[in-house]
Design a protein around this ligand. Structure first.
Ligand code: ZN
Length: 206
C-alpha cells in the first residue's frame, strides 16, 4: 500500500504514531523504535504494510520503503512540502474514509514540486481542494458584512473567503485577476507578491 506521511507524533522515547494518507483512508499506525529500521520523515511517500497486534488497538507499521522524490534532498523545497502536508492532516484528521481526491492531489503536487515554485503549487492545490469540496465562493459578497464587493480590490481570508479590505483590515488583490484565478485555478497571471499573499492565506488551513 502507498501513502504520504502527513503527521508523526513521538510517544515514549523513540516510538512513533504515524498518520498516513492513502488512496481511501487516513491510516494511523504505530512504529516501534529499532536501529535497523529505515528512517521515516514527515512528508515522505512510502510503500508499507500494517499488522494488527493483539496487544494494541493501533496497527503496527511494517516493511516501509521510502518512494523518494528528487526534491526530498532539497532542504527548502522539502520544508515547504512538510508545511503543506500538515495542512492535510489538520483538515482530514477526524475522517477515516476518504475519496482518492486527496491522495491524487498530493501525487500531482509532488510531481510539480521540483520544477515549479512550491508556493504556486500550494495555491493552485488549495483552490482545487476548495472547489472539490464545494467551498470555493464567488467574489461578489463580503463574508463579514454580507454586502456586495464593488471595489476593484478584494481581500481573502481563510478558505479564500472574500471580504472588503476595510472589513477585514487587510490589503487585497485586484478583482479581475482573482476572478481569473478562481476560474482557471492557475497562478500564471499573478506576480510573486500576489502569490505570496495567497500563500500566506493557505497557511491558516484549508
Ligand atoms: Zn464587508
Amino acid at each position: 500500500m502507498q501513502g504520504f506521511i502527513i503527521n508523526i507524533n513521538k510517544v515514549r522515547d523513540e516510538d512513533l504514531i504515524v498518520s498516513i494518507l492513502t488512496k481511501d483512508k487516513l491510516k494511523t499506525a504505530y512504529r516501534f523504535y529499532g536501529a535497523r529500521h529505515s528512517t521515516i520523515n514527515l512528508g515522505y511517500l512510502i510503500d508499507f504494510e500494517t499488522q494488527i497486534s493483539v496487544k494494541s488497538n493501533i496497527a503496527q507499521l511494517r516493511n516501509i520503503i521510502h518512494l523518494a522524490h528528487s526534491w526530498n534532498l532539497d532542504m527548502d523545497r522539502f520544508y515547504f512540502w512538510q508545511q503543506f502536508v500538515k495542512l492535510f492532516y489538520g483538515h482530514l484528521k477526524d475522517i477515516e474514509n476518504l475519496d482518492d481526491f486527496y491522495f491524487e492531489l498530493l501525487v500531482n503536487c509532488a510531481k510539480k514540486w521540483q520544477k515549479q515554485n512550491p508556493k504556486r503549487v500550494i495555491v493552485e492545490a488549495y483552490l482545487e481542494l476548495l472547489f472539490y469540496e464545494g467551498r470555493l465562493h464567488s467574489l461578489e459578497e463580503c463574508f463579514l458584512c454580507e454586502e456586495k464587493i464593488t471595489s476593484d480590490e478584494v481581500a481573502l481570508a481563510r478558505a479564500f473567503l472574500p471580504a472588503h479590505t476595510e472589513c477585514i483590515h487587510n490589503k487585497g488583490l485586484k478583482m479581475p485577476k482573482l476572478k481569473k484565478l478562481f476560474s482557471t485555478k492557475q497562478t500564471i497571471l499573478l506576480d510573486d507578491d500576489e502569490v505570496e499573499y495567497l500563500y500566506m492565506v493557505t497557511q491558516e488551513g484549508f
